[in-house]
Design a protein around this ligand. Structure first.
Ligand SMILES: [Fe+2]
Ligand SMILES: [Fe+2]
Length: 251
């Protein structure tokens, strides 16, 4: 295949992979909008804030215990021995964790200990699906897990638009920062899928992985926000009955 035809064929496959994820990303936005349409108690807000704080702290928790301690003591990823290629992304996640942790501390009066957080059950399942994809499919599995990180930024974008109470403006300010960073971590990694996929069976694998991860992300978000969507609506979104979320671009 000459390079022009290969380019066209890769572009078609990439559009199809993005189209697989886009309805689920719109579903994540719908969950957050549905949750925000009604007033909630502080405790209900703390459930999703703590769940997101856990997700932001997860890369930190993947460090070895001595490296984690060095990071917590110094705040420096270099001191923690993180490779330069990973430093930028982990520094972003740590920044995201700190932003949410500061808000939780303001709301509760108690500091949020990153080592005391745990994933909710649907998030645990999501991380297992990603881990199996990485282990079975190497670079391709890793690229699919990266592309789906943040669910197209849908939750961040909805939260970034909040404008009302002091709490809402605090949330919006935090998620504008997270939204901008996560486009690089997630959607822009679609090209890592293109780099790793060599034949039709690889593209089939990419579709299967992106679909399975995105489907589980929807359950993870619904759990974070108090199961605001019922099983019937989740099944409709699985079947694509939703206006797809547009592929975000870097600001
Ligand atoms: Fe993050
Ligand atoms: Fe990220």
């Amino acid at each position: 295949m000459d390079s022009r035809r290969r380019g066209e064929s890769v572009r078609t496959e990439l559009h199809a992979v993005a189209a697989t994820a886009a309805p689920y990303w719109a579903g994540e936005a719908e969950i957050v909008r549905t949750f925000l349409a009604k007033p909630h108690t502080l405790e209900e807000h703390l459930v999703w804030l703590r769940a997101q704080a856990y997700k932001e702290s997860a890369p930190l928790l993947a460090l070895t215990p001595p490296a984690r301690e060095r990071l917590l003591a110094t705040g420096s990823f270099e001191q923690a021995g993180v490779s330069p290629s990973e430093t930028d992304r982990l520094a972003d996640e740590w920044k995201h964790f700190r932003l949410i942790a500061e808000l939780v501390e303001e709301l509760t009066g108690t500091p949020l200990d990153p080592t005391a957080l745990a994933p909710l059950p649907e998030d645990q399942k999501l991380q297992e699906i990603r881990a199996v994809g990485r282990a079975r499919h190497g670079l391709l599995g890793t690229a699919c897990a990266a592309f789906t990180e943040g669910g197209g930024g849908a939750m961040y974008a909805v939260l970034a638009e909040l404008d009302g109470s002091r709490f809402e403006t605090r949330v919006a300010t935090i998620f504008r920062v997270i939204c901008a960073d996560e486009v690089r971590h997630g959607p822009m990694q679609i090209h890592a899928i293109a780099a790793a996929a060599r034949d039709p069976s690889d593209w089939e694998t990419a579709h299967t992985l992106v679909s399975a991860i995105s489907r589980q992300r929807l359950r993870m978000r619904n759990e974070m926000f108090g199961h605001v969507l019922g099983p019937a609506r989740l099944a409709e979104i699985d079947a694509g009955r939703i206006v797809p979320w547009p592929l975000p671009v870097a600001p």
